[in-house]
Design a protein around this ligand. Structure first.
Ligand SMILES: [Zn+2]
Length: 333
């Protein structure tokens, strides 16, 4: 007993005087246990995406590997299978090395386990802990919750502009196949972005058949970006209604053809500098409604970025120039 007490006292003294703070500042529920600085570098782009990984090894083994300069790899977070414990190893403001050419704009989350044995390793505790973390990463940057649903296949490579939470295998130019075919994407998606607790409770305008104006134009541009063929005429006609219903059906939403609180967050797409296409036209056209006076050319260049930042400032949002859910919401009201 005495020995145990002395040991405890020694650890407490050590914790108070020598060890760094154990809590993560980016995500308070996580333990802070840094990777070796030889295994990550400074960020060169804003965080816009999250990458889901599998460790292919143990929790403790992964943590110690990221602290070894021989690794040459790292991740921001590692999550334990048995109970969902989260360890942060790289600050989100730094660039962990986990997904090759996409390192610059992603936060990497490693999940303890093996892709060939998902039933053993992908526990409810780990899904829940991971989803809470991803929700925090997105929410702290006002990013939309566009979690891959697995619909195109576990190893598909859907565009970054359609989904901002994907697996390692779902990014371009990768050789790894994690988190594998056993990762339950529909479950993860509903945990991160589901209608239950933790989701954003933004209110969106109700737009339906017969309506006209800039909101309708945005809906039409966004539907084009999702691959639907329709004319952008700012008039909610039958073609628009049909496209909305088809979009709703393919996203698990009630197909009532009305764009409201459920459909808007599914329809809007993260849009930022370097992007092109109909979603950029939607942003540019909306900004012109607020007097920006920029070209509606579908190319998100510096002038559009400046206009977005000015708009964000005018609405009391963080002026990061990235059009996520909060910015879309303010634009379409
Ligand atoms: Zn990976």
């Amino acid at each position: 007993m005495k020995t145990i007490f002395r040991g405890l006292l020694a650890s407490l003294c050590l914790a108070a005087s020598v060890q760094p703070a154990l809590a993560s500042t980016d995500y308070p529920p996580a333990i802070w246990n840094p990777a070796a600085s030889c295994n990550y570098s400074a960020r060169t782009a804003a965080v816009s995406h999250v990458t889901v990984h599998t460790t292919q090894g143990s929790y403790a083994g992964s943590i110690s590997w990221f602290q070894n300069c021989s690794a040459g790899v790292s991740a921001h977070y590692v999550i334990r299978s048995s109970d969902g414990q989260v360890t942060q190893m790289v600050r989100e403001a730094d660039k962990a090395w986990h997904v090759g050419t996409s390192n610059g704009y992603t936060v990497g989350i490693e999940h303890e386990g093996y892709i060939n044995d998902p039933g053993t390793w992908y526990t409810s505790a780990m899904y829940n802990a991971s989803a809470a973390l991803t929700r925090d990463i997105l929410a702290s940057r006002s990013l939309s919750q566009k979690v891959y649903d697995g619909g195109a296949g576990w190893n598909a490579v859907p565009s970054d502009s359609l989904y901002n939470v994907k697996g390692h295998v779902n990014y371009a130019n990768q050789s790894h196949t994690d988190p594998g075919s056993g990762w339950d994407w529909p479950r993860y998606k509903s945990l991160v972005a589901g209608s239950g607790s933790g989701g954003t409770s933004m209110t969106w305008p109700l737009v339906q058949y017969g309506n006209t104006g800039e909101r309708v134009r945005s809906i039409q541009y966004l539907l084009q970006q999702w691959g639907y063929t329709l004319t952008v005429n700012a008039s909610f006609d039958t073609a628009t209604q049909t496209a909305v219903k088809n979009f709703q059906s393919s996203h698990g939403l009630g197909a009532d053809g009305i764009v409201g609180n459920a459909t808007w967050p599914a329809l809007t797409i993260l849009t930022q500098q370097g992007d092109s296409g109909a979603k950029v036209r939607a942003v540019q056209s909306q900004l012109n409604e607020s007097g920006a006076g920029i070209a509606v050319d579908g190319a998100f260049g510096p002038a559009t970025a400046t206009a977005v930042k000015n708009f964000q400032t005018s609405k009391g949002l963080g002026a990061d120039g990235i059009v996520g859910d909060n910015t879309w919401n303010k634009m379409v009201w």
